[in-house]
Design a protein around this ligand. Structure first.
Ligand code: ADP
Ligand code: MG
Length: 448
C-alpha cells in the first residue's frame, strides 16, 4: 500500500464529502480545513475558528469519520483543532467531546503551510517570473531590488503557494519567518489595541527576518492597521529584512491606501501571475495525480484541463471530485464520467456568466413575478425574498462583483447584495424548505 500523508488522506476525504453535503455547507464548513497529522489512527484536522470546530463536531463528525474509514480501511478518530488557538478564550473547552489539540508554538507563530513548496510548484510561462522572483528572494533575502517582493494575480493562481514556499525555505534555513494574511494581521492589531498590547504586536512583526503578508489589499481603508503596517515595513526594510506581499491587483490599483505606503509597495519587485494555459493546467493535474497515487487516464486529465480554465484551486478540486466520484461508483474513469462528476461546476462557468438575464427570469418566474419586479423598488415580503434569492444565485453562479449584481438588480448597494447572500446561505444550512426551493430553481435554470 502506498503510504499517504495526512493531507492526502484529507484531500481525498474532502473530495468525497463534497459530493455528500450541499455546496453551501461544503464551502462554509469544510473548504478551509486542512490536515495536520495522521498518527495512531488519529487524524488532526485544523479549522479556521471555534465556530467551525463546533459545527463539525456536532453535525458532521460521524459523516467525516465514516468517509475516512472508507478511505483508509481502518478505524479513525478525528481531532479538530483551531488554527489559531491563542485567540480561544482560556479555560473554556469549546465543546464536550471535541478533542482540542494545541499546535506547537512555532507552527502557531508562522502559520506556514508545509504543503506549499517550490518543488511542487509547476512553472510555466504564466508564472515563471513570479516563481523566479520568489525563489530568488527566499534564497538571498533582503536585496533592495527584491524588497519588497510584490506578487499579484487572480484567485487560485498560486500566490499563497509561492508565499508559503518562500517561508518554508527560509524557515528551514533557520530564519525567523512571520507569515500572516492581511486579515490576520488586522485582527491581531485590533486585538492588541483592545488588550493594550500593541508593543507585543509590533515586536512580533519587527523581529522577523522575513515578513510575508498574504492578500495585502485587505488592509485598504483600515487606516490604523495601515499605519502600523507602514512603520513595521519601514523598520524591516531599513534593516534589509525581506518582505513579500501578495495581492489581487498591482499596488497602483489597490483602492484607498495612502500614497506613501503605495509608493513603498512599488519600491522592490512587482510581478504578476497570469492565467495558466492548457499545457500548464494539464501539467498541474498530472503532477497532482501522480503525487497522490491516483491512476487517471490521460484523456480524463485533458478533459478536466480543458474544462477548468480560471483557477488552479478549482482545477485540483475537480480532480478530487472526479476521483471521489469514480470511487463511489466503483468504475473506471472516462471523460464521460468526469463530465458527470463536474456537471454543476460546468453550469457555473462560463455559460451562466453570460446569462444573468436568464437567471433573473428563472427566479422571477419561480415566484410568479416579473424580472422587472426584482429590479423594482417594491418592498413587500415576497418580492424582497425573491430578490434576495436572485442575489444569492448571482453571487454563487456568476463571476459578477457585488457591485455589478447590485446594478443588475435595480441599482442596489453592494452591501445589500452581500447581506442578502449571507442571509440566504446561512438559512440554507438549516432550512430544508429553502434547500428544496433552491434546488428546484437550479434545476429549472440548468434545463434552459
Ligand atoms: P491564490 O493564493 O493565488 O488564490 P493558491 O496559492 O491558494 O492561490 O493556489 C490554489 C491552489 O492551486 C493551491 O492548492 C496551490 O497549491 C495550487 N497551485 C497554484 N498554482 C500552482 C502551480 N503553478 N503548481 C502547482 N500547484 C499550484
Ligand atoms: Mg491566496
Amino acid at each position: 500500500m502506498v503510504t499517504r500523508t495526512a493531507q492526502q488522506i484529507w484531500d481525498t476525504a474532502l473530495g468525497e464529502l463534497q459530493l455528500q453535503v450541499s455546496k453551501a455547507n461544503y464551502r462554509t464548513w469544510l473548504e478551509k480545513t486542512r490536515a495536520l497529522s495522521y498518527k495512531d489512527n488519529q487524524l488532526i484536522v485544523s479549522v479556521p475558528n471555534t465556530f467551525v470546530a463546533e459545527y463539525l463536531d456536532k453535525n458532521l463528525r460521524s459523516l467525516i469519520e465514516k468517509t475516512l474509514i472508507g478511505i483508509t480501511q481502518s478505524e479513525i478518530k478525528v481531532s479538530i483543532t483551531v488554527d489559531n488557538p491563542d485567540r480561544l478564550p482560556e479555560a473554556n473547552p469549546v465543546h464536550q467531546g471535541l478533542a482540542l489539540v494545541n499546535l506547537p508554538a512555532t507552527a502557531n507563530l508562522t502559520r506556514l503551510n508545509p504543503k506549499y513548496t517550490f518543488d511542487n510548484f509547476v512553472v510555466s510561462k504564466c508564472n515563471q517570473l513570479a516563481y523566479a522572483a520568489a525563489l530568488g528572494a527566499a534564497e538571498k533575502p533582503g536585496l533592495p531590488n527584491y524588497n519588497p517582493l510584490y506578487l499579484y494575480g487572480g484567485v487560485g493562481l498560486g500566490k499563497t503557494h509561492l508565499l508559503n514556499a518562500m517561508g518554508n525555505l527560509a524557515a528551514n534555513r533557520g530564519m525567523r519567518v512571520v507569515y500572516a494574511s492581511a486579515e490576520q494581521f488586522t485582527n491581531e492589531f485590533v486585538n492588541s489595541l483592545r488588550e493594550r498590547k500593541t508593543g507585543d504586536f509590533r515586536n512580533k512583526y519587527r523581529n522577523a527576518d522575513m515578513l510575508l503578508i498574504d492578500d495585502i489589499q485587505f488592509i485598504s481603508g483600515k487606516e490604523q492597521t495601515e499605519e502600523s503596517f507602514f512603520h513595521i515595513f519601514n523598520e524591516l526594510r531599513d534593516a534589509d529584512r525581506q518582505i513579500a506581499l501578495t495581492s489581487n491587483c498591482p499596488p497602483n490599483s489597490i483602492p484607498s491606501i495612502e500614497d506613501r505606503l503605495r509608493s513603498r509597495l512599488e519600491w522592490g519587485l512587482t510581478t504578476g501571475i497570469q492565467l495558466p494555459d492548457f499545457e500548464t493546467r494539464l501539467a498541474i493535474l498530472q503532477n497532482k495525480a501522480e503525487k497522490e497515487g491516483v491512476n487517471m487516464p490521460p484523456d480524463v486529465l485533458e478533459y478536466i484541463a480543458q474544462r477548468i480554465k480560471q483557477n488552479i484551486r478549482e482545477l485540483e478540486g475537480s480532480l478530487n471530485r472526479v476521483v471521489a466520484y469514480s470511487r463511489l461508483l466503483r468504475t473506471m474513469v472516462t471523460p464521460e464520467l468526469a463530465g458527470e462528476a463536474l456537471e454543476d461546476i460546468a453550469t457555473k462557468h462560463p455559460k451562466t456568466v453570460s446569462r444573468p438575464a436568464l437567471l433573473l427570469e428563472t427566479v422571477a418566474q419561480y415566484f410568479s413575478l416579473e424580472t422587472s419586479d426584482l429590479k423594482s423598488k417594491k418592498r413587500d415580503k415576497s418580492t424582497m425574498f425573491a430578490r434576495q434569492i436572485a442575489m444569492y444565485f448571482m453571487r454563487e453562479q456568476t463571476d459578477f462583483s457585488l457591485a455589478s449584481i447590485g446594478l443588475e438588480l435595480g441599482g442596489r448597494q453592494p452591501i445589500v447584495v452581500s447581506q442578502a447572500h449571507k442571509k440566504i446561505a446561512t438559512q440554507l444550512e438549516q432550512d430544508p424548505e429553502l434547500q428544496r426551493q433552491i434546488g428546484e430553481i437550479q434545476q429549472r435554470f440548468t434545463r434552459r
